[in-house]
Ligand binder design. Structure first.
Ligand code: ADP
Length: 588
């Protein structure tokens, strides 16, 4: 847009300079002799046909084609007082004459001029002075109440006032001109239909309005002027200047040279993204690139455009995108990238939140389990200690005379001590997780039998029937104490989680190079979903303190830990017919 503005301002300024140069040349002839005017075209190549207008008659030095054209185009206007369309900015008409009837040509004569020159013609859309508001008080010698900047900002901010201005102009007999172009703002992601809608809605009224005026109207206000005429032959320009009363000198301009000069001051017409050129009153480009990089643009639909000057009515400087589809597809791609980024970020946030939440809930669960563990361990330690103390006190008091009873008290004390040391052993093993075991050759069957023998008195006292099936010695490499702890943990669970049917069967066998011990009970069994969970540290199917079976959730994880340190494992499977089945396997 800045380029378009600049080019348009430059051309407007050049038109002003042409007029000023012609004026000073004309005054030279007036001072010397108006009959010398015929030599004007030799002096200034822009001049086509020079003439003198004396007592309402055009005088040219010789009858050329140019002279004929001058008479057909401007003859009746200059000689017979006929009216002809004259052009001015709608904003200028209403800016200066506050209370007078606005009329083209009448306003130029304000002494303290802040009037913009033609080159100031910057805003193609009409400035908005509200219908009532055009009565700005402008008296000669006094600065007009409104500046160009104020005017432009008002017109940009108030489309309603702009409408008023056009309405006012057409009411007062001005013809509203149509622009040759409809500035297009590409609608990103648009289809052709909405693009054409955008086209229809854009402003196509020219900021220049026209009204038919007579030569007398013009000369009564101005001493000179550059008068455009739009005909089927294209734009003609006539310069005139007042000489003596009733006498004028003037000339028509060579439009080919005017066009060349305009083309000459244009910046580079072709860049990577746009074509910049001037359209004449017929909407045809003045200069075009040698070749169009993409395809010839639709000249009616520029990306940005600006009218130039009332001296060149309907002429425009415009910029056209070289490849509008590419721009749209680039914009679409950029939009896609932004959306994709947003999507990826949102996904990352969601995944991150889920991970954090899961971690938090895991940590909280572990923390909760540790708390219950401490409570459970304390409870587990206290129970045997209480009974040991109770039976020891009974024996100490000497009140129990029955030898058999005393023996039974002592056995209870011993078994409770075993239970205590079993628990302390588990806690100790747990605290030393990951340590290396001292391994030796041993028979897994023998270790199993030893452990069973140790537990036998207690189990039979509790009413358990234990059967053992063995298949040879099952030699393995392992740590005796550790393996004993594994079997002990599984056996004491079989006892702890038993039901009414108190039977435990132990099977030692070798299979596919593995030695295994399977301990089965007819107890309460494990819920199908928990068969792996029970091997987690501190996990207990029922971990409330009021649970009927006390424990710390360490037995199975320790058993599995030890087995895995030996290259084996401990697994649970439900026992057909009810109860649990735990199998320790070790490489044979
Ligand atoms: P604890 O026995 O101290 O609770 P364990 O790690 O030995 O801890 O056992 C974990 C859980 O596995 C027990 O709380 C229990 O719910 C379940 N469990 C273990 N062995 C058996 C079994 N033989 N029968 C039924 N459930 C068992």
């Amino acid at each position: 847009m800045a380029e378009v503005d600049l080019a348009s301002a430059r051309i407007g300024q050049m038109m002003d300079e042409i007029r000023a140069a012609l004026k000073s040349e004309a005054s030279m002839f007036m001072e010397s002799d108006t009959s010398l005017v015929s030599g004007w075209s030799e002096m200034n190549p822009l001049v086509e046909t020079a003439f003198t207008l004396r007592d309402g008659r055009i005088e040219t030095s010789f009858e050329s084609v140019g002279a004929k054209k001058l008479r057909t185009t401007f003859g009746s206007f200059l000689e017979r007082g006929e009216r002809m369309p004259t052009y001015d900015l709608v904003t200028r008409i209403y800016r200066y004459e506050a209370h007078d009837e606005p009329e083209i040509g009448k306003k130029q004569k304000i002494e303290n001029e802040t009037i913009m020159s033609d080159s100031d013609y910057m805003e193609p859309s009409p400035p908005s002075v509200p219908a009532s508001g055009y009565s700005v008080d402008v008296t000669p010698g006094k600065s007009p109440g409104i500046t160009k900047q104020q005017m432009q900002s008002r017109m940009a901010s108030d489309p309603e006032a702009r409408e008023d201005l056009f309405e006012q102009a057409s009411r007062e007999g001005f013809e509203i001109l149509k622009r040759n172009v409809a500035v297009q703002t590409p609608i990103i992601g648009s289809d052709t239909e909405s693009a054409s809608k955008a086209l229809r809605s854009s402003e196509t009224r020219s900021g220049t309005v026209s009204r038919r005026s007579s030569f007398k109207d013009l000369t009564s206000v101005d001493d000179d002027g550059l008068l455009p005429n739009l005909s089927d032959d294209g734009l003609q320009l006539l310069f005139w200047a007042k000489s003596a009363p009733g006498t004028f000198v003037g000339c028509t301009l060579r439009m080919d040279i005017v066009r060349d000069r305009i083309a000459g001051i244009m910046p580079d017409i072709l860049s990577d993204v746009r074509i910049l050129t001037v359209l004449d009153d017929s909407g045809a480009p003045l200069v075009v690139p040698e070749a169009f990089p993409y395809s010839e643009p639709d000249w009616r639909l520029p990306f940005a455009a600006r009218e130039i000057s009332p001296a060149l009515p309907r002429w425009e400087v415009g910029a056209w995108l070289i490849n509008p589809e590419m721009l749209i597809s680039r914009a679409n791609f950029a939009r896609f990238v932004v959306w994709a980024e947003v999507a990826v970020l949102s996904l990352a946030i969601v995944i991150g939140s889920v991970v954090i939440l899961r971690m938090m809930s895991y940590e909280m669960r572990v923390a909760g389990q540790k708390t219950t563990f401490v409570a459970n361990v304390s409870h587990e330690l206290k129970t045997p200690l209480t009974s040991i103390r109770l039976f020891a006190e009974l024996l100490l008091s000497g009140r129990q005379g029955n030898e058999e009873r005393r023996q039974s008290y002592l056995r209870t004390i011993i078994s409770e001590t075993d239970r205590l040391s079993h628990l302390v052993g588990n806690v100790l093993t747990f605290s030393r997780r990951g340590r290396k075991y001292h391994m030796q050759e041993l028979s897994l069957t023998e270790v199993t039998r030893d452990t069973l023998a140790q537990l036998e008195p207690h189990l039979s006292k509790m009413g358990f029937r234990v059967t053992i099936l063995e298949d040879g010695p099952l030699p393995v490499k392992g740590n005796r104490e550790a393996l004993r702890q594994v079997i002990m943990n599984i056996l004491s669970n079989a006892e702890k989680y038993s039901g009414d049917a108190r039977e435990i069967s132990v099977t030692c066998r070798s299979n596919d190079g593995m030695a295994s011990v399977t301990i089965e009970d007819r107890g309460i069994g494990v819920d199908p979903g928990l068969s792996e969970k029970i091997f987690q540290e501190f996990y207990r199917a029922d971990d409330s303190l009021s649970a009927t079976r006390s424990g710390a959730g360490l037995g199975l994880p320790i058993a599995r830990n030890i087995a895995r340190a030996h290259g084996g494992d401990v697994r649970y499977s439900p026992r057909p017919g009810g109860g649990s089945s735990f199998t320790l396997t070790l490489p044979a």
